[in-house]
Design a binder for this molecule. Structure first.
Ligand code: MG
Length: 251
């Protein structure tokens, strides 16, 4: 069942999502060669504590990090730890925060140092895919209009869409209905209504869309070990336009 948020619930989502985005923004700004993923994780935990928020991923099905930190061929769910970021890496950071009983979820992929132009194009296109998906999160559209917009853009650019992981509804719970694939024909699935809150999160690969999970039980990588990018926003479906809830407070 897709939960339609009432105005007061939407307001609580706005507050939580803005805090989530501000923390992600600050953590992502720390990404640089020689920084470890564990340092990024510690910083996220510290910022969440200062905001009196709960890191939504920590302990989720036993996940051991406060962020997911996925480098290069890692698609999602990378575990932060001792790994040192190197020049030329792309680093995806995914962060969820529960504040006041509502969860925000957002991800970005940032560059450490200087990267290959084709990798930069992958990042740019993935960000455009997210924007294209969000543009379809409008009342009266069908859910798969979001999916299709992401897929068309990614594949037109010559990249592939990860199938094994999808976006999701979000609210009191990190994962609510519906699941939001980043591929598929348009015009399918539930009709979108204002007040639905969705985490839209394209994961786009330079090579094959196929993934596998490493022995740590979490880290998902591209099977061909080519790079992968991931961007995510929590949005509210609107009557004429989606509202992006996970915009950082840059003040
Ligand atoms: Mg998510």
């Amino acid at each position: 069942m897709i939960i339609i948020k009432k105005p007061a619930q939407l307001e609580a989502m706005r507050t939580s999502a803005k805090k989530t985005a501000t923390i992600l923004h600050r953590v992502a700004a720390k990404v640089a060669p020689s920084v470890t993923t564990g340092e990024l994780d510690d910083y996220a935990a510290e910022l969440a504590r200062k905001e009196d928020g709960i890191c939504a991923f920590y302990g989720y099905h036993g996940f051991p990090g406060h962020i997911c930190c996925s480098i290069n061929e890692e698609v999602v769910h990378g575990i932060p730890g001792k790994r040192t970021i190197r020049d030329g890496d792309i680093v995806s950071i995914d962060f969820g925060l529960d504040f006041g009983g509502y969860v925000g979820d957002t991800a970005t992929t940032v560059v450490a140092g200087t990267i290959d132009p084709e990798w930069q194009r992958l990042l740019d296109v993935t960000q455009e895919c997210l924007a294209a998906g969000i543009a379809k999160a409008v009342e009266g559209n069908r859910l798969s209009d979001i999916s299709n917009a992401v897929q068309i853009l990614a594949e037109t650019a010559g990249f592939s869409v990860v199938r094994d992981f999808v976006g999701h509804g979000i609210g009191r719970d990190l994962h609510e209905d519906p699941q939001i694939p980043n591929y598929g024909p348009p015009g399918r699935g539930p009709v979108l209504k204002a007040g639905m809150t969705l985490a839209i999160e394209p994961m786009i690969n330079l090579g094959t869309h196929k993934t596998k999970t490493l022995k740590d039980g979490w880290t998902v990588i591209a099977q061909d070990r080519q790079p992968s990018a991931h961007f995510e926003h929590t949005v509210a479906v609107g009557k004429t336009k989606a509202e992006i809830l996970t915009l950082p407070d840059l003040g």
